[in-house]
Design a protein around this ligand. Structure first.
Ligand SMILES: Nc1ncnc2c1ncn2[C@@H]1O[C@H](COP(=O)(O)OP(=O)(O)OP(=O)(O)O)[C@@H](O)[C@H]1O
Length: 332
């Protein structure tokens, strides 16, 4: 028997003339975390909405736990826990009561739901707020604690498929780490997880596979190592330009004095991919720029998944020097 808990084949969804999903296919197997990456408007939430039966595809098929999710959305939905991108409406509730209620709705006994709320609050380090009431207009509980509560509500009981849409928004760095560990632990316990995120650098550590969407289409799939690039020896030189820099890309209009395999600009950051043999020349050049105040800072390190992701979805630029003020449209 297949261990696919989610199988999407050739899904297309249009909104008028906008093709939000264009022949998208992907699989999530039990025990794995699959990251779904893509720029704003790439079609990630549209895909999630179809998996949970909130939207119907124009074309293609979706199977959740072997059930045809287009023909039988209510049955398929029982196999899925979803943390939506929008904040859960928990005004009037405490994290404890919200998590317990989610557990009861998922079929846990009162006692099991109570125990799950306590242990999830500990796991995510929100015990301090567990009995604080969420009030209207975002009073009572911070955005991060609300988001962590919504995450706990989604994972309170084991489900074959867990879908998390931007679960780390608003969450501080140390609790983000706890959240990533909790996601990994649910997959290790047997769930399949589809993780929608913009946080490429952090997600890289816990995902088994990645799907990159670009303008509604699958631009790349594979393990982080595969997407990062095969050589494993390339380095990245990151330059951080000051806010008033007129010539982001190649200061002074000079060409970069060493071989560059790939250049991606993201706002005021420029990421050059270089071979290890260019490291000394790159550091000397970047240090001189820093000395002259042309860049705020620089860093040399191994190529990351973020570089590969940006090159798939951002404006790639091999033609430095760049026109003054040009900025890539991508975000991180
Ligand atoms: N209900 C709708 N009506 C019209 N257009 C829509 C609707 N929902 C989404 N779209 C369009 O479909 C495209 C994909 O949107 P979607 O929300 O799926 O992207 P996303 O990858 O989730 O973006 P983000 O990272 O910003 O959340 C966008 O062009 C969006 O404007």
């Amino acid at each position: 028997m297949s261990d696919d808990v989610l199988r999407v084949d050739g899904v297309t969804r249009r909104f008028g003339s906008v093709v939000a999903n264009d022949g998208v296919s992907l699989r999530v197997r039990s025990g794995t975390v699959v990251g779904l990456l893509g720029h704003n408007g790439a079609g990630k939430t549209t895909l999630v909405s179809q998996v949970v039966g909130l939207l119907r595809p124009d074309d293609g098929s979706i199977r959740v736990g072997g059930i045809d999710a287009v023909a039988e959305p209510a049955t398929a939905r029982r196999y899925v826990a979803l943390q939506p991108q929008s904040q859960a409406p928990i005004d009037g509730l405490t994290p404890r009561s919200a998590i317990e209620m989610a557990g009861r709705l998922r079929g846990l006994s009162t006692r099991a739901a109570r125990a799950a709320a306590e242990s999830l609050a500990e796991e995510l380090d929100i015990t301090e707020w567990i009995d604080r009431r969420a009030l209207p207009e975002n009073r009572g509980l911070s955005g991060g604690i609300r988001r962590l509560t919504a995450f706990a509500m989604a994972i309170v009981a084991p489900t074959p498929l867990v879908i998390l849409d931007e679960p780390t928004n608003d969450i501080d760095a140390s609790r983000r780490r706890l959240l990533w560990q909790a996601v990994r632990a649910r997959a290790d316990a047997g769930s399949g997880v589809l993780l929608v995120t913009h946080n490429v650098a952090e997600a890289e550590r816990i995902v088994d596979d990645l799907i990159v969407l670009n303008h509604g289409r699958v631009a790349a799939t594979g393990s982080p190592a595969r997407l990062r690039g095969a050589t494993g020896t390339d380095l990245r030189l990151e330059l951080q330009f000051p806010p008033d820099a007129a010539d982001v890309g190649a200061p002074d209009g000079a060409r970069v004095p060493f071989a560059v395999r790939r250049t991606v600009r993201v706002g005021r950051r420029v990421l050059h991919t270089i071979g290890t043999e260019e490291a000394a020349a790159a550091v000397t050049w970047a240090a001189a720029l820093r000395e002259r105040g042309r860049v705020d800072g620089y860093a040399v390190g191994p190529v990351t998944l973020e570089d590969a992701y940006l090159s798939l979805t951002a404006v790639e630029d091999d033609t430095v020097p760049a026109p003054a003020g040009t900025e890539a449209a991508a975000h991180v």
